[in-house]
Design a protein around this ligand. Structure first.
Ligand code: ADP
Length: 403
């Protein structure tokens, strides 16, 4: 049978939000996309945007009790007679789920079976805020789209190649041996995607290249990709480690955790919230985590915001140096995600005075967010990430192997 259109539904289920895209794998075009925010609230928001301009986008505020209701709303919207994009559920050939933590077990994307669900459940201990909701999404789809194959794409999988010297923490070894406490790394789908785009762009096999990928969004991480493999990455056992982020502190002296807990008489939960939700840019600026707002203030001369951006960029520059040292050189430096793709301000600070490493850039091209902004031996690229497409491609590959 000839298939004219192969639609893959990509789902990213969070605790109170759900992002979705329906992608036609025939030409990798987005058929429709959207998101649901505030699942569990009376005033949840459903957003739907079909690509076909003859159909209408929808933004609706309504009560969405749980993930069951959220996913059935997504499916019904896609099926809607007037503004929908499919006539029948059977037009969804497969579902690709973003799953945050795959532990040491999942080193690549897999077809979801009951054993895989058990594996995802087992990893809840490592990602208690994410994996339960990813699993819920999988189970709801099983009920609502029975028989449609589902694939899990793990945020940690690309980093499974980290060598032990990069992934084992210098704490008693028993914690690694018995409890699997180690660096896992996250944003793997994005780092892997942009590294491959970068290698294609320079027209050299990825196996020969030393690449650093900077994923700078609400959460940020940096990865050293050598020979096509992740060999170092800044997020660790959890996404808290590494770069300064919107609301996360990144690297700090671990003794600070103990000191703060004692000094302010904080519970474990309060410390967790302090470092994950109240630190980073929102902590430094005393209220803002969106880089557009922070840059506006900085450009107006507000010292507090200038300093916050300097701290963010300084941390990243430190990592670029470290990862170049670890790889013994650098061929390509990639910037991606919201800030990486659209902040000339930050790239300007990060890339300054790096000629010694072979990094220089064209300020005019940087200002315009051009794809290639480097002028020295190190190619400096600004590459839009597309995690949904990467998830859809893996899903298609696994479905093809089923035939
Ligand atoms: P997420 O990590 O949630 O996927 P994104 O990759 O979309 O997030 O990145 C969100 C971040 O990108 C926010 O801090 C936002 O302020 C920043 N951002 C988006 N557009 C711009 C821009 N034009 N200039 C500077 N920062 C931007």
């Amino acid at each position: 049978m000839e298939i004219h259109r192969m639609n893959i539904l990509v789902l990213n289920c969070g605790s109170s939000s759900l992002k979705y895209q329906l992608i036609n794998m025939q030409d990798e075009s987005v058929v429709a996309k959207g998101q649901i925010e505030r699942i569990g609230a009376k005033d949840a928001i459903l957003k739907y945007k079909p690509t076909d301009k003859s159909k209408q986008s929808i933004t609706q505020v309504l009560e969405i009790k749980d993930h069951n209701v959220a996913i059935s709303l997504v499916i019904n919207t896609l099926l809607d007679k007037q503004n929908g994009v499919i006539a029948n559920k059977s037009e969804i050939s497969g579902i690709g789920h973003r799953v945050v933590h795959g532990g040491e077990e999942f080193i690549e994307s897999v077809l979801i079976t009951s054993a895989v669900k058990d594996g995802v459940r087992h990893c809840i201990q490592f990602a208690p805020l994410h994996n339960p909701h990813n699993l819920k999404g999988i189970e709801v789809c099983e009920e609502q789209l029975p028989g449609v194959p589902q694939v899990a794409v793990f945020d940690t999988a690309f980093h499974h190649t980290l060598p032990p010297k990069a992934h084992i923490y210098a704490i008693p070894l028993e914690f690694y041996k018995n409890d699997r406490i180690r660096r896992y790394g996250f944003h793997g789908t994005s780092h892997g995607f942009v590294a491959r785009v970068a290698a294609d762009h320079v027209g050299r096999p990825i196996e020969e290249l030393k690449i650093i990928t900077c994923h700078l969004g609400n959460g940020s991480s940096i990865t050293a990709v050598q020979g096509g493999n992740s060999i170092e990455t800044s997020m660790g056992f959890t996404p808290l480690e590494g770069l300064v982020m919107g609301t996360r502190c990144g690297d700090i002296d671990p003794a600070l955790v103990l000191h703060l807990a004692k000094l302010k008489n904080l519970t474990v939960e309060q410390v967790d919230s302090l470092l994950n939700k109240k630190s980073g840019m929102i902590g430094l600026t005393e209220g803002k985590s969106d880089f557009r707002d922070i840059e506006d203030e900085a450009m107006a001369g507000n010292e507090k915001y200038i300093l916050a951006l300097e701290i963010f960029c300084h941390r990243l520059k430190k990592y670029i140096g470290a990862y170049s040292a670890v790889m013994g050189g650098l061929d390509i430096l990639v910037f991606t995600a919201g800030i990486g793709e659209r902040s000339p301000y930050c790239r300007n600070i990060i890339l300054a005075n790096m000629e010694y490493l072979g990094i220089s850039f064209d300020p005019a091209k940087n200002e315009k967010n051009e794809f290639e902004i480097g002028t020295g031996p190190v190619r400096v690229l600004v590459i839009p990430t597309n995690e949904e497409l990467a998830i859809a491609r893996d899903t298609r590959k696994i479905l093809a192997a089923l035939k």
